[in-house]
Design a protein around this ligand. Structure first.
Ligand code: NFS
Length: 630
């Protein structure tokens, strides 16, 4: 038990791991114990199973696969495929959002929440909004965006948001992404048996494909989600499993796409649903979120964050959850088994993510609200099956301020800092505090939890070290949940955790030391802010005192993100080694020579304290150049 409890630093999680043992329920933490030794070939990325002659594994005795592929080829292919997997996930999510924009109608389930943003974006995408009805425009923008997934000619239109120098770098290295689906298909083709067998070419392709994620798919996903559901604004919330309410029907939303979760919010607020909840003996309905759906909901509605990736099983083990409703991505298939020990309904909704043992209630955007009502009703009616003797809601939760979109960050800084500057809504205040060195730099600390490190340990260690030394932290995904759960997203805690410079800025500007930027597709907001600042200063993104960090990354999506962040000229720090160490060439390129091409590279250190020091050293080394340019 102690061994399992040591795999997380979250006290709620520790308590629930103990309950799981008592209840005889297997969790990830238990399974991890069984995996004392994980496959060394896989860890190094030198196992190839891309054809039926294999699997081939590179070792001293077998330095080549049956086709003759060496370790560099195999590692390169595997890495490129991870990028393709990640780009596919983010972009397919974005595709659904784009289709949904095409379904908007006045007064319908899906509407245009941000007409001005839509007009601006339409203009950017080459659609003239002049004289058009807003829904006509929405449908046209939807069509234009869908073309970004499959257009036969040209490169991503969204690249134009980046500084000109950056665009030239991409052109030079040849990583301007064409249609999103094409980049993914090209990687799948080139990594097929008997195709690309050159590590430089494979890395190049991996970068181009990942760029299609960051500078097309994810960016479209974020932009259209804002247009459909509203641009997030700072809002108060609470985080960690204590947000579950013992007297209420508890519905947890887990997964990624706001199309489903937004409808569940609407449905659960209907008087008929509230009444039904009372009828079955509950006080009301509590919605909460896990993973990126949690982030999307909390930043737009202040809906509470139940937990992060590693807490999904534990949430059900509280015995207080009527339904865990999921759509796509980051969902443990184990939830089906865990749910059998309690009354919880594990409801899958997407044809893309059906899971054996779950209750499958397919969700269609065309009948969104009706489908959502059916699902919510199912959850409410399950309240009577709750077994009080099995309920244990753990004690802890934390408050947080979340929901800082680009607009909020700029607006917030403008509000308070520089009342003397005349042009409001400029980036000047942000740039001033950066240039003067009051804030040393900005670091995006983002991404998952990984069972190879104690849950949340790397995130919190690095975030705390950075803010203590006056680096502003922005965060998304499960990193954001870790920060929210631990009080780092409260301005009131700035004095406690942040250095003097940062703490002063937090007080003056009314921001927390760690800023919630949203879900993982919202990493595109980071690209956006960096581009805005670089453009305003006439610099390249690589000139800015910024860095990216994924301290506990685990998904292919995270690899794609890391790759496009590096491709964007931002030094990227990983707390877990990706499976590339089997190829000395791959490591040399990714952690070194790629910098000659794109102005940044990967840095890996599995010691969190040391990684934080590495990040700060890297930014400090950038500062003189930045100050000079400024
Ligand atoms: Ni991101 Fe979101 Fe979390 Fe990792 Fe999974 S939820 S898309 S992949 S685990 S941060």
């Amino acid at each position: 038990l102690e061994q399992m409890q040591n795999m997380t630093i979250d006290l709620n999680s520790k308590a629930l791991i103990e309950k799981a043992e008592k209840d005889g329920v297997e969790t990830m933490y238990k399974r991890k114990l069984g995996y004392k030794v994980q496959c060394g070939f896989g860890l190094q990325g030198v196992c190839c199973r891309n054809c039926g002659m294999g699997p081939c594994r590179i070792s001293a005795k077998t330095p080549r696969g049956l086709c003759g592929a060496d370790e560099h080829t195999i590692v390169g292919r595997n890495y490129a495929r991870m990028c393709a997997g990640g780009a596919a996930a983010h972009s397919d999510h974005a595709r659904d959002i784009t289709h949904t924009l095409g379904l908007t109608t006045p007064g319908g389930a899906y509407q245009v929440a941000e007409p001005e943003k839509l007009k601006e974006f339409a203009q950017f995408m080459g659609v003239d909004p002049e004289g058009k009805d807003i829904y006509e425009l929405a449908h046209e923008v939807s069509e234009v965006c869908l073309m970004e997934f499959g257009k036969p000619h040209g490169v991503s239109k969204l690249l134009a948001r980046a500084p000109k120098v950056r665009q030239d770098i991409w052109k030079e290295y040849g990583i301007e992404p064409r249609a999103i689906d094409r980049e993914i298909a090209t990687v799948m083709h080139s990594t097929h048996i008997g195709c690309c067998a050159d590590i430089d070419a494979l890395v190049h392709m991996a970068f181009r494909c990942s760029m299609a994620d960051g500078w097309a798919g994810s960016m479209i996903g974020t932009m259209l989600s804002d247009i459909l559901f509203g641009t997030p604004k700072p809002v108060h919330t609470e985080a960690n499993l204590n947000v579950l309410d013992g007297n209420n029907v508890n519905i947890i939303l887990h997964g990624h796409e706001p199309t489903l979760s937004e409808m569940i919010v609407l449905a659960s607020e209907l008087p008929e649903m509230q009444d039904l909840a009372k009828e079955v003996g509950a006080d009301g309905i509590t919605l909460s979120g896990i993973c990126c759906t949690g982030n999307e909901l909390t930043m737009r509605h202040g809906i509470k964050i139940a937990g992060d990736f590693h807490q999904q099983e534990l949430a059900i083990i509280t015995g207080a959850v009527e339904a865990m409703i999921v759509d796509v991505q980051c969902i443990f298939p184990a939830l089906a088994e865990v749910a059998t020990h309690y009354h919880t309904k594990f409801i899958t909704t997407s044809p893309k993510a059906q899971i054996t043992g779950s209750t499958y209630m397919e969700f269609h955007e065309e009948t969104a609200l009706e489908d959502a009502k059916t699902i919510v009703r199912e959850a409410i009616l399950n309240f009577k099956n709750r077994d009080a003797s099995k309920v244990m809601v753990p004690e802890l939760k934390s408050e947080a301020m979340v929901g800082y979109a680009e607009e909020a960050i700029v607006g917030q800084l403008n509000n308070v800092v520089n009342t003397q500057i005349d042009d409001m809504n400029t980036l000047k205040p942000l740039i001033d505090v950066l240039a003067s060195g009051v804030i040393r730099g900005v670091v995006g600390v983002v991404g998952c939890n990984n069972a190879r490190t104690p849950s949340n340990y790397n995130h919190l260690t690095i975030m705390k070290e950075l803010i203590k030394n006056d680096y502003l932290v922005v965060t998304t995904g499960c990193g954001a949940s870790a920060a929210a759960k631990n009080g780092l997203m409260l301005k009131e805690n700035a004095a406690k955790y942040a250095g003097k410079g940062l703490a002063t800025v937090c007080q003056l500007v009314d921001i927390p030391p760690v800023i919630h930027l949203g879900s993982c597709v919202d990493n595109s907001r980071i690209l956006n802010i960096c581009s805005l600042v670089a453009n305003a200063l006439d610099m390249d993104i690589a000139d800015l005192p910024v860095a990216g960090c994924a301290p506990e990354w685990m998904s292919e999506k995270a690899i794609a993100i890391g790759t496009y962040v590096v491709g964007s000229g931002i030094e990227t720090f990983l707390g877990v080694m990706p499976p590339v160490t089997g190829s000395s060439r791959a490591v040399e390129i990714l952690c070194g020579s790629i910098k000659d091409k794109v102005g940044a590279c990967f840095h890996v250190n599995e010691d969190a304290e040391a990684l934080a020091q590495d990040i700060m050293a890297c930014i400090e080394a950038k500062r003189p150049h930045f100050e000079e340019l400024y």
